[in-house]
Design a protein around this ligand. Structure first.
Ligand code: GLU
Length: 326
């Protein structure tokens, strides 16, 4: 057999090796969606969004991945630092960050952009029956998880305790744990109560209400609910649906306040990427809604509510195209 000239072989091998790189890998853009603890609703929400986007990987050359994080506050800070492209964020935290309040006091996060809103998240307080906690004032002296510093719920717990005139630093044995740890610690008796702002149903509450230790959702009381709704623009009245948690001792839905889960990004993220994410979720909304029971009530119009930061231009482009905004 005649020998092939070496030069031809080298060129051919190089062509074979380089082809897949230049045709696919080099053009694929990877984006990460920051979520929350794996027992919450943010984590499956990131999964639902990314699964729709990744179905069209060939069309957009875009691959979305999901990261479990400490929650809303962590996500905003990571988006602003350029470590995450997207994050699920409580609407009250989006408001505070954009306006330079709470954790961002005097430092408005002007590059924060909203994409769309998702499910309602009620502010919940779950306590063991044997702790005797039936109302907010009963929390005094108890071991209460008010939320890890990166979590959205920490601010809600502090708002509620302040409205009730309780000094969490002095009057509670307050801890700052992640929600995934709370359910186990409540059941093992290491924790008396925990706050968690989250959609329903979620694995954390299913776990916390299914053990041998009886637990109840504590009613924060009408006067506190009224005070919160009056004092802050982002709280609305809501109830925690008890039917999802038959192990809890409550016999009726528990009144509370709620905020919305929203998807956020940065002005620095490419409009084509944000457009693709919005288009895949909105064009396939029924498929999206079937992915988690917390999404049952979602409507296209409702998903434009609860947004404080300006819409990202990529999201605005899609909403204009389909007539959702002028
Ligand atoms: N609302 C929580 C937070 O902002 C997360 C809830 C969830 O993971 O579903 O940190």
């Amino acid at each position: 057999m005649p020998k092939k000239p070496l030069g031809v072989l080298v060129v051919f091998t190089c062509f074979l090796l380089c082809l897949p790189l230049s045709a696919t890998a080099a053009r694929t853009t990877y984006v990460t969606i920051g979520t929350g603890g794996i027992t919450g609703v943010y984590y499956p929400t990131g999964g639902a969004i990314s699964s729709l986007v990744n179905k069209k990987r060939g069309q957009y050359n875009l691959r979305a991945t999901v990261e479990s994080t400490g929650g809303s506050v962590f996500n905003i800070n990571a988006i602003m630092a350029g470590d995450l492209e997207f994050g699920v964020v409580q609407s009250d935290r989006q408001y505070q960050a954009y306006k330079g309040l709470a954790e961002w006091q005097g430092r408005p996060q002007e590059k924060l952009r909203s994409v769309f809103s998702i499910h309602q998240e009620s502010v919940n307080l779950l306590a063991t029956v044997d702790s005797g906690i039936k109302k907010l004032s009963d929390l005094k002296g108890h071991r209460v998880n008010i939320g890890n510093p990166g979590a959205g719920q920490r601010g809600n717990a502090i708002d509620i305790l302040a409205a009730a005139g309780i000094d969490f630093e002095k009057e509670l044995r307050a801890v700052g744990l992640k929600p995934a740890e709370s359910a186990k610690m409540l059941q093992s008796g290491q924790l008396d109560a925990f706050f968690y702002t989250v959609g329903h149903p979620n694995d954390s509450f299913i776990e916390a209400t299914s053990g041998h230790r009886k637990v109840r959702f504590v009613n924060i009381g009408k006067s506190i609910i009224d005070k919160l709704v009056k004092s802050y623009p982002y709280y609305i009245t809501s109830t925690t649906p008890i039917s999802y948690y038959p192990g809890a001792v409550n016999s009726a839905d528990v009144p509370s306040v709620s905020v919305k889960a929203t998807l956020c990004t940065s002005i620095d993220v490419d409009a084509a990427i944000v457009y693709a994410v919005v288009k895949e979720v909105f064009d396939n909304l029924e498929t999206f809604k079937a992915m988690h029971p917390a999404y049952t009530e979602l409507t296209r119009e409702g998903m434009l509510q609860g947004l404080t930061a300006p819409l990202h231009p990529g999201a605005a482009k899609y909403f204009k195209e389909v007539g959702l905004i002028p």
